[in-house]
Design a protein around this ligand. Structure first.
Ligand code: HEM
Length: 466
């Protein structure tokens, strides 16, 4: 029956176009998740076959790669319960009502009011980062591998900002606690020394309180709670740290934008007489444009996977041409089909963004966006892009992430000038993008750093560069 169903009988997806499978057992899996050609391959298949592509998974299983905005809207906003997340991937591993309840409980911790309170804490952490980087630069300029410091900063920001717990991640080579230690120390009275307890309402306390208040039969076990905390740290840490890396790298390759952004930040700071706060940071147009553009062009996650739970007809915005030459205006997706939601190809679609869609061009956000951007009805929660996804599984922490990026960038640019080091940095796909050099799959990002201002000292030299 399995052979009949999968290989002989008519299958509704067989009319969709796609590349030939490179092998029976792994199908295209090696290519979807490969580091080379990785991201480029995902864009190429959409360019070649259309915004829905038929791929093969294990033992010939049919899979779909989808980058059609209406289909993405349908799967993530209209029918997210049918197109469920695969548990082994990033994010909260809860489904249905449990997921909805948890999201509702946590939402207040990600709103602007709460983020405003976190601003000084973020600034402190970013300031420590500047000291650490300055400590690695001798004689005013040198190459620094920024990936380690930027990763540690992201960990510390989610630790203190999200969990009310300092990992001391910027304190040299201290090993980091496991979730188990963080979780149990958090309960213990002697933990107060490490506990940044001005944030009593952090994710950990809110989750614990909600769990205790729940009906005993519905309570999460301690292990499930730890799983949630782990998922949160994972979701928040690598995505954000890789975004820091990507933006710093782009600024090092585009010195004119780096100088303009530095001038924008310095002007706002001087105007505020050093009293730089959340609102002022939010109001910097070039900063916003650079972040939007980097996250659009280089989303840290190029795709997210889903599984279709029941036979469903999915509408399309862009009709496809089937293998039989006829037009397809909707897809019949059988239960059990694995689907990749194509974030990257949607973010850089020529029809939406115009002929410069694949350039890194922050200027587009400072001018009026083409009408086609609005007409595309991209369902994403942020800036017409799918980087933080859409619907009830969209990134709950995206405003948190944006504030982290803004605070870190403003601190870095008012202390340092970045330019390319001797090795070219290549961002490769390793589930998420990571910076590497010389095709070695170890996160590395050596960038030339010139100190413009020793942390804690006057900004005279920075002013002179403007
Ligand atoms: C630039 C940085 C970030 C990017 C690009 C990003 C992207 C995403 C994406 C694409 C998803 C959907 C995953 C899926 O459904 O399969 C997601 C979910 C999630 N993200 Fe983020 N994220 C970022 C930063 C953060 C931060 C800083 C936090 C926490 C402070 C966070 C917390 C979460 C959580 C908890 C979920 C699961 C939401 C749910 O299932 O209801 N993320 N993120």
């Amino acid at each position: 029956r399995w052979v009949w169903k999968n290989f002989i009988a008519y299958h509704p997806l067989d009319n969709i176009q796609g590349p030939a499978s490179p092998g029976f057992f792994r199908g295209h899996l090696g290519l979807v998740f490969s580091s080379w050609p990785g991201r480029k391959w995902q864009v190429d298949i959409v360019d070649t076959y259309g915004r829905v592509v038929l791929l093969k998974g294990f033992c010939g299983a049919r899979q779909l790669y989808i980058a059609d905005p209406r289909a993405l809207q349908f799967m993530t906003v209209k029918e997210p319960e049918i197109f469920e997340q695969q548990a082994q991937f990033i994010s909260f591993v809860l489904h249905g009502d449990e997921h909805r309840k948890q999201r509702k409980i946590l939402s207040p911790l990600f709103n602007v009011k709460y983020l405003r309170e976190l601003f000084p804490v973020f600034t402190d952490i970013a300031s420590t980062l500047s000291k650490r980087i300055a400590g690695e630069v001798h004689n005013g300029a040198g190459e620094v591998d920024l990936v380690m410091w930027l990763s540690r900063t992201a960990l510390e920001l989610i630790g203190v900002g999200g969990l009310g717990y300092s990992f001391n991640a910027l304190d040299g080579d201290t090993p980091h606690e496991t979730t188990l230690e963080v979780y149990s120390q958090y309960d213990a009275p002697e933990s107060t020394e490490k506990d940044t307890s001005q944030f009593k309402n952090n994710i950990m306390t809110v989750l614990k309180q909600a769990n205790q208040a729940a009906n005993p039969a519905e309570r999460m076990t301690e292990n499930e709670m730890k799983g949630q905390i782990n998922a949160l740290i994972d979701s928040a840490n690598v995505t954000t740290s890789r975004s820091f890396c990507r933006i710093v790298n782009e600024l090092s390759l585009h010195p004119e934008y780096q100088a303009r952004l530095r001038a924008e930040i310095m002007a706002a700071m001087e105007h505020a007489d050093g009293d730089f706060d959340f609102e002022k940071l939010e109001a910097l147009p070039l900063m916003d444009a650079i972040i939007r553009e980097t996250l659009r062009r280089y989303p840290p996650l190029p795709l997210v996977p889903r599984t279709c739970r029941k036979d469903t007809v999915v509408p399309l915005m862009h009709p496809l041409t089937g293998r039989d030459g006829k037009t397809i205006t909707e897809l019949t997706v059988p239960a059990g089909t694995h689907i990749y939601l194509g974030i990257l190809p949607t973010n850089i679609d020529y029809e939406t963004w115009g002929p410069d869609a694949r350039e890194w061009k922050p200027e587009r956000w400072l001018n009026q966006l083409p009408k086609t951007v609005g007409d595309a009805h991209i369902p994403g929660v942020y800036a017409h892009q799918m980087t933080f996804l859409s619907g009830n599984r969209s990134c709950i922490g995206f405003k948190f992430a944006l504030m982290e990026i803004k605070v870190v960038l403003s601190m870095l640019l008012t202390h340092f000038q970045f330019s390319p080091g001797k090795d070219e940095i290549e961002f490769v796909h390793a589930g998420i993008y990571q910076p590497t050099v010389n095709k070695v799959l170890v996160p590395t990002m050596p960038v030339k750093v010139e100190v413009l201002r020793v942390p804690g000292e006057d900004a005279e030299k920075v002013r002179n560069t403007l």
